[in-house]
Design a protein around this ligand. Structure first.
Ligand code: UDP
Ligand code: MN
Length: 271
């Protein structure tokens, strides 16, 4: 066991598939740090097996004990109606309430520092130096404009486990009438108003590929995060626009044909 860990969360078979690509990609960076997959009862054993085979530590976690009223406010149809997603689409297998279970990582006090990474991301170069950043560090939620730099994306962040922090979070999270339109992301930004900014390359959002292509540089991109549509999704509405990124994800998911990153062409480059 190491004192640092990469942690991800899976609450169903779709995200377990995502995590398979993530865990393989992390291992290929040469890291020797523990990789922990928090999983709920919603994931069958056969969906978890590939993760264990790749060397991840599986850890059972429950969804948070939030109130009935909180759960109703954050129920998928209601959240989508009250805070519509206008920039992209969430797959049918995405349950907003499940996102909050990420906060369980603050209970893992056996680790001194944790780097959380969403199950819909891949790591293409070693990022162990993230453990040198303080709590709470996250990259900006950049995928359209410069103004995006003011908000954080909760797909990659650095945290320091602490039961006391976890208890304080639960109390704040489920305050009367609390509504977190972008779930854990909105909550974490409110809970850590003085969050530290990580370089954007530690959490490159897939829409940068077509919205802000000049920001994409394979020399520095370390984590690719497939926010909104997932690379394994059937009838992916933006598949044509992010085709090279989907191909890259598939290579990590299957372990076959993983390219040398230095041979990849930036978006818009002459091919
Ligand atoms: N997640 C999960 N099951 C769900 C929803 C979310 O396991 O039903 C976990 C998973 O790790 C996922 C993360 O929470 O990557 C955040 O959700 P997602 O990545 O779909 O959100 P986006 O990045 O599109 O905002
Ligand atoms: Mn994500």
């Amino acid at each position: 066991m190491t004192r640092h860990a990469y942690v991800t969360l899976v609450t169903n078979a779709d995200y377990a598939l995502g995590a398979t690509a993530l865990v393989r990609s992390l291992k290929l960076t040469g890291t020797t740090t523990d990789i922990v997959v928090l999983h709920t009862g919603g994931v069958a054993d056969d969906a978890l097996r590939p993760l264990a085979a790749l060397g991840a530590r599986l850890e059972r976690a429950e969804l948070l004990p939030t109130s009935e009223a909180f759960n109703e406010r954050h129920q998928r149809a209601r959240l989508h109606a009250n805070a519509p997603f206008t920039k992209g689409n969430k797959p049918a297998f995405h349950t907003p309430l499940d996102n909050f279970a990420k906060l369980r990582l603050w209970q893992l006090e056996r680790y001194e520092k944790i780097v959380f990474i969403d199950a819909d991301a891949i790591v293409i170069r070693n990022v162990d130096r993230l453990f040198g950043y303080p709590e709470f560090s996250a990259a900006p939620n950049v995928y359209e404009t410069l103004a995006d730099f003011h908000r954080l994306n909760s797909g990659v962040f650095v945290a320091k486990p602490s039961r006391a922090t976890f208890e304080a979070m639960l109390a704040r999270l489920d305050a009367p009438d609390a509504f977190w339109p972008r779930t854990d992301q909105t909550f974490l930004q409110a809970f850590f108003p003085d969050w530290h900014g990580l370089p954007v390359f530690f959490n490159m959002l897939q829409y940068v590929w077509f919205n802000l292509p000049e920001l994409w540089d394979w020399k520095s991109v370390s984590v690719i995060h497939y926010q909104y549509e997932k690379p394994w999704e059937a009838n992916h509405p933006r598949a044509d626009r992010v085709k090279p990124l989907i191909e890259l994800w598939r290579a990590y998911a299957t372990g076959e044909g993983i390219p040398d990153i230095s041979t990849l062409a930036n978006p818009g480059a002459a091919r």
